[in-house]
Design a protein around this ligand. Structure first.
Ligand SMILES: O=P(O)(O)O[C@H]1O[C@H](CO)[C@@H](O)[C@H]1O
Ligand SMILES: Nc1nc2[nH]cnc2c(=O)[nH]1
Length: 318
């Protein structure tokens, strides 16, 4: 039996070589297999698990953006569950995202807040980024508030402005990546859902009215959010392109959550905090950085909290 062969003066042992080849191939095969999205039943288990950890039964969910998690801290009578305690749930890895699910009362209404979201640049496929929204659906959520930190593409905006989202442009979506890619689970929604009305117009009107009441008019805007992949911020040429396409603000999140929510019939209110102006000029000094993003979040946090709380207070139901 041939146990080895020669390459020049070297003797190559056959069995170990064969073993290494099989091991390498199986690793390659394993790596090339995309992680399967969880089934409806798997998502039901996550939802059931969460409901065993709290007496609260919310119909309203809030996803807090970078530096905007303070809203969850003002939730009363709260039960907070770390993401790492939740079976088959992703982890938050980004500074400014605590990684907790907070159940309790906000403005007298039962809510659940995600203090920390997931982003594609953390290495998560879009279905995983959007997984919490499906968990929410199975918990009975009917209305989703999404917030994010974003850079202003619109030069008439200022740092600290709150932009009500009226629409989005998804660069990953246009390039073929979407939270709904893959097998469609009909129990959540249709294969081809419409998203032209993704951002609920009545909730936007409510935000405008409450913004007026609170004296926020001078820093309230309305516009189109552009989702990019990140984690690098945009080049000057990219910012010019996104502005030409009709974007008012740019960030690396939110859209997968919104698409998953609309797919399963949850109504959505979206809001961006303008944490920085994007760099549009080759002579500009300075660049964008995440510390600046978190700092602006802190400065405007209370106003965002007031707006969201007052809106939630006016929603029907408990
Ligand atoms: O969208 P959120 O989570 O608010 O965070 C925004 O801020 C981070 C960049 O500073 C990116 O994650 C961007 O998407
Ligand atoms: N992509 C992107 N995300 C952000 N999040 C906060 N600011 C920015 C920005 O300027 N660009």
């Amino acid at each position: 039996m041939l146990l080895y062969f020669r390459t020049g003066v070297r003797r190559v042992w056959l069995l170990p070589t064969l073993f290494q080849a099989i091991k390498g191939r199986s690793r390659k095969f394993y790596c090339s297999m995309a992680e399967a999205a969880p089934s409806y039943e798997d998502i039901q288990k996550i939802s059931d698990f969460l409901l065993t950890k709290t007496k609260h039964r919310p119909k309203i969910a809030v996803i807090c953006g970078s530096g905007l998690g303070g809203l969850a801290d003002i939730v009363e009578d709260q039960n907070a569950i770390d993401y790492k305690e939740i079976p088959n749930f992703p982890r938050s890895t980004v500074p400014g995202h605590k990684g907790r699910m907070v159940f309790g009362l906000l403005a007298g209404k039962t809510v659940v807040c995600m203090q920390g979201r997931f982003h594609p640049y953390e290495g998560y496929p879009l279905w995983k980024v959007a997984l919490p929204v499906r968990v929410f659906k199975l918990m009975g959520i009917e209305t989703l508030f999404v917030t994010n930190a974003a850079g202003a593409l619109n030069s008439s905006f200022n740092v600290g402005d709150i932009m009500l989202m009226k629409d989005h442009i998804s660069m990953p979506g246009l390039a073929g990546d979407n939270a709904l890619k893959g097998h469609n689970e009909d129990r959540f929604g249709p294969r081809f859902p419409a998203v032209s009305d993704a951002y609920n117009s009545e909730l936007r009107q409510l935000a405008r009215d409450i913004g007026k009441e609170l004296g926020f008019e001078s820093f309230m805007q309305e516009g189109v959010y552009v989702q990019v992949g990140g984690p690098s911020y945009e080049t000057i040429a990219e910012c010019k392109l996104l502005r030409m396409l009709g974007g008012d603000a740019v960030g690396m999140s939110t859209v997968p959550e919104v698409i998953a929510a609309r797919h399963c019939g949850i109504r959505v209110f979206g809001m961006s905090l303008v944490t920085n102006m994007v760099v549009m000029d080759y002579d500009a000094k300075g660049t964008v950085n995440h510390e600046e993003v978190l700092e602006t979040g802190k400065r405007r946090a209370q106003d965002m909290q007031k707006l969201v709380s007052k809106m939630i207070a006016q929603l029907p139901g408990q």
